[in-house]
Design a protein around this ligand. Structure first.
Ligand SMILES: Nc1ncnc2c1ncn2[C@@H]1O[C@H](COP(=O)(O)OP(=O)(O)OP(=O)(O)O)[C@@H](O)[C@H]1O
Ligand SMILES: [Mg+2]
Length: 324
């Protein structure tokens, strides 16, 4: 396909996200989690969750142009689709024979602790995951962004995100990956534009503990030096985040918020980051919005994502970044 045909195709969007293992996120509360007893729960809430879809929901809320491509099947898949369409996010669902997974989060009200049960997800056939790749390829806009985020379900090869990144590059787009374990390793071996890793993910990847602030910065900077990513966004939960690039590393703390549910915080972070990049903002500027959006999402219940007003308000509370 030519440049012109691609840019004018119906499904071409400046940002495309891919979610091969979405989850219907069910969240509720109970006073205390105990064995054997029936745990009577409070009101429940269902959100269409999963990495790439949450990133797309965030971008859509912030006013960006995004297409969420995701695999879905079974009754949960049908519910998932309805919920996502009700939010008005432009989507392309790839039907699969298996049944979309559910994830279950319980807020323990006595302690304020949150318990998260994350299911494996249905097996995808080779035809199904290949269709995910060809669908993404057809939707890539040259000069745009392709975000691959979330776990890989059974059946999907560990180099899947590396293949997505390669397709993005072949078609003149920038690749963004948020993954863990072998999928992350393979993507970084391919080389990506931006990787978002949590402390746990970067620590596993480097085999180091990242025991202090300097070690966190060193690990992120090393990935850039190795050519694994042009930009490394290392998120550190309530300790804030680090951004490393060829021009050095910066750090921001989080604004003070009343945390309700950290589910989706990393996706809110990434959504705002890509949204700002797609507006032509510098990575340092996008990073500020990202930290604000991560915290704004943590201040929302369940997998509810942040709004533009939330992000703008929290951004103003952030200090100047620390430079290394
Ligand atoms: N307790 C918190 N208070 C304020 N902001 C938070 C908190 N937890 C997370 N955030 C915000 O969300 C961003 C991402 O959070 P985090 O580092 O936990 O990533 P994650 O991708 O959600 O983690 P993981 O993939 O390991 O579950 C942080 O950089 C921060 O901006
Ligand atoms: Mg994450």
């Amino acid at each position: 396909m030519t440049f012109v045909a691609r840019a004018s195709s119906n499904s071409a969007r400046s940002i495309v996200t891919l979610t091969v293992n979405p989850a219907l996120d069910i969240s509720t509360s109970t006073s205390r989690v105990m064995s054997e007893h029936k745990l009577r729960c409070g009101p429940s809430r269902i959100d269409p969750g999963g990495g790439g879809v949450n990133v797309a929901r965030t971008i859509h809320r912030l006013g960006g142009d995004v297409l969420a491509i995701y695999a879905a099947g079974g009754l949960t898949g049908a519910t998932y689709r309805q919920l996502l369409e009700a939010e008005g996010v432009p989507t392309l669902a790839i039907p699969i024979a298996g049944t979309t997974r559910e994830s279950f989060t319980i807020d323990e009200t006595d302690s304020g602790e949150q318990f998260r049960f994350v299911l494996q997800g249905p097996e995808l056939s080779e035809a199904e995951w290949t269709r995910c790749l060809t669908t993404v390829e057809a939707a890539i806009a040259p000069g745009g962004y392709v975000v691959a985020s979330g776990s890989l379900p059974p059946g999907v090869p560990t180099d899947f995100y590396a293949r997505v990144a390669r397709l993005a590059h072949q078609h003149g787009a920038r690749s963004i990956v948020d993954a863990s374990g072998e999928a992350l390793q393979a993507a970084l071996a391919e080389g990506v534009y931006l990787v978002k890793a949590s402390r746990r993910e970067l620590s596993e990847f480097t085999g180091r503990e990242l025991a202090n602030e300097q070690k966190e910065v060193d690990a992120a900077t090393e990935l850039v030096a190795r050519g694994a990513a042009e930009l490394v966004a290392l998120t550190l939960g309530q300790a804030g985040a680090v951004l490393a690039s060829a021009s050095g590393a910066i750090r921001l703390p989080v604004p003070r918020v009343r945390v309700q549910s950290v589910v989706g915080a990393g996706d809110g972070f990434l959504g705002a980051f890509v949204w700002r990049l797609s507006q032509g903002q510098r990575p340092e500027v996008a990073f500020r919005s990202a930290v604000a959006a991560g915290s704004a999402t943590a201040a929302k219940p369940a997998t509810d994502m942040c709004t533009r007003a939330d992000v703008e308000a929290l951004e103003r509370l952030l200090p100047a970044a620390t430079r290394y």
